[in-house]
Design a protein around this ligand. Structure first.
Ligand code: B12
Length: 208
């Protein structure tokens, strides 16, 4: 049994096997970060590559995502967290037109585990919703996620609308196609390509 078995189970769309393999790795004492990065997250890259090469189609990609998420649920209680007093309010969502939520959920879980009050707006969240919620919830940081190159411009629109509304909230962005340079270009306050990095970034912005 190894981390490759987790990847193979996700790619073969065998949800129960993914769960069993994750439990087995936890029991073996494998580092939780390795199970996450080299098992579950890596499996999504394999699925993405197979989708690009025409070996897998959307229904299979969805089933693979569900199998991966079942593994993630098992891992959730083991993900590092140092929750003490509430440290601030973080609003998170996947932007309008985009339904990908695995990465967003992972960021959400870790930020919550780090002691922040997380308000998850879900997927396909429009610009106005981000602005209104940031205002009414008195958010400290707004996290925008996008997985499609076609939905990245919605991040720019959201950041702009938040600034135009005169809100003091910080904005950070992420998702597979997003880069540091893009964050800079659209005037976001930060970028990270992973969930622990998002936590660090939020801590830094809150301390500034
Ligand atoms: C699973 C999946 C799906 C599932 C999503 C299920 C779900 N509940 O999320 C389904 C089947 C629904 C789907 C649909 C589509 N998909 Co899709 N999908 C994927 C896949 C295989 C995995 C994505 C994933 O979950 N990765 C794992 C997570 C953990 O990684 P992540 O999201 O990047 O998140 C990490 C970081 O980016 C960061 N992060 C994420 N968000 C944030 C936010 C902040 C603030 C911060 C700081 C950090 C951060 O931290 C996370 C943890 O480390 C990718 C391939 C890939 N390798 O990315 C394609 C992929 C993203 N999909 C793609 C496409 C084309 C589509 C469709 C258009 C297909 C179609 N023809 O219908 C539709 C679009 C639907 C829509 N409107 O959104 C393309 C996008 C191409 C592009 N350049 O835009 C990809 C890259 C596949 C490919 N190789 O072509 N997809």
């Amino acid at each position: 049994m190894s981390l490759t078995d987790i990847i193979n189970a996700v790619v073969s769309l065998k949800k129960d096997e993914v769960v069993e393999n994750v439990i087995s790795e936890i029991n073996k004492g494998t580092q939780v970060d390795d199970i996450l990065d080299k098992g579950l997250i890596e499996s999504m890259d394999v699925v993405g590559a197979k989708f690009s090469s025409g070996e897998l189609f959307v229904p299979e990609m969805l089933m693979a995502a569900k199998a991966m998420q079942a593994g993630l649920e098992v891992l959730k209680p083991h993900l590092s967290g140092d929750a003490t007093a509430e440290k601030g309010t973080v609003l998170i969502g996947t932007v309008k037109g985009d339904l990908h939520d695995i990465g967003k959920n992972l960021v959400s879980m870790m930020v919550e585990g780090a002691g922040f009050n997380v308000i998850d707006l879900g997927v396909d969240v429009d610009v106005e919703q981000f602005v209104t919620q940031a205002q009414t919830q008195n958010a400290d940081v707004v996290c925008l996620s996008a997985l499609l190159t076609t939905t990245m411009p919605v991040m720019a629109k959201t950041v702009e609308a938040i600034k135009e509304a005169g809100l003091k909230v910080k904005t950070i962005i992420g998702g597979a196609p997003v880069t540091e340079a893009y964050a800079h270009q659209i005037g976001a306050d930060g970028f990270s390509d992973n969930a622990p990095g998002a936590v660090e970034l939020i801590r830094k912005l809150m301390a500034a």
